[in-house]
Ligand binder design. Structure first.
Ligand code: ZN
Ligand code: FE
Length: 265
């Protein structure tokens, strides 16, 4: 797969690029860089990131970690050896984190700043990083889907997703996995008559055929197509009620039903 190159010059924001470095089967290590300096999100393995940095003449100065799973943290020790003084931002409980952070705090890198959001559900320690119109959300929000609930409760995950969905609609979000097409297949089962969803499936299928990431994507697009953010939409509620076999009491119960339905499908 090739690298997705994005150079951003937004009003009031400094210039930086963001690239997707593929790792394992379907992970992305997002690399934010400018002037030879780089910040990497969730380096699950070091080798593909080191190769990318070397090829582009970049020095790694910082890491953002979203949660403790190995596919997001496995490369940190090797990178810390290779880049002395590497600042690793992440949950306080995580080995290798040099700059523990948490909900409501800010992370600074060069002239850029990211707000830290606690988004428990997939894991209890899960953090997201939001700044300059971009959201790095690990395994919480995916293209057309969301992470599995491993450590938290469905209600926690629901609230975390609602908090992310409340960010500005033009926010670009950068998940840690390329799961969009399989998520879209599930979304079409839930909402077969959703035209925005059909259009997204066609567009994203084409991107994957070309070997391109489907990500980043906008929150506006998720609000129109991601069933886990559409638990107030009558068609989604009806599909979840049918799946449950009874009338679900609220949006959180619709979410929980969709999540367990997806796990089985
Ligand atoms: Zn994970
Ligand atoms: Fe993961």
């Amino acid at each position: 797969m090739g690298y997705r190159r994005g150079l951003f010059l937004l009003q009031g924001y400094a210039v930086f690029s963001i690239d997707a470095v593929p790792a394992f089967n379907d992970n992305y290590i997002w690399v934010i860089h400018e002037d030879g300096h780089a910040l990497a999100v969730d380096p699950g393995e070091a080798a593909p990131l080191e190769a990318f940095l070397q090829r582009n003449g970049l020095t790694l100065g910082g890491v953002l970690v979203t949660h403790h799973h190995g596919d997001h943290t496995g490369g940190i020790a090797q990178l810390a050896k290779r880049f002395p003084g590497l600042v690793v931002h992440g949950p306080a409980t995580l080995a290798g984190v040099t700059a523990p952070t948490g909900d409501g705090r800010m992370v600074h890198w060069r002239s850029h700043a990211f707000r830290v959001l606690s988004v428990p559900g997939h894991t209890l320690d899960h953090l997201a990083y939001y700044g300059e119109g971009r959201l790095f959300c690990g395994d919480t929000l995916f293209g057309a889907g969301c992470g599995r609930v491993f450590e938290g409760t469905a209600e926690m995950m629901f609230r975390s997703l609602q908090a992310l969905a409340a960010l500005p609609a033009d926010t670009l979000f950068y998940p840690a996995h390329e799961y969009t097409l399989s998520n879209l297949a599930f979304a079409v089962m839930v909402e077969p008559a959703n035209t925005a969803l059909r259009q997204r499936l066609a567009a994203d299928s084409l991107k994957r055929e070309r070997g391109e990431p489907t990500l980043p994507a906008t929150l506006a697009g998720e609000l129109a197509t991601n069933p886990f953010l559409r638990t107030q939409v009558p068609e989604v509620i009806a599909a979840a009620n049918t799946e449950a076999g009874f009338t679900l009491p609220d949006a959180c119960a619709v979410f929980a039903t969709l999540r367990s339905w997806k796990n089985r499908s």
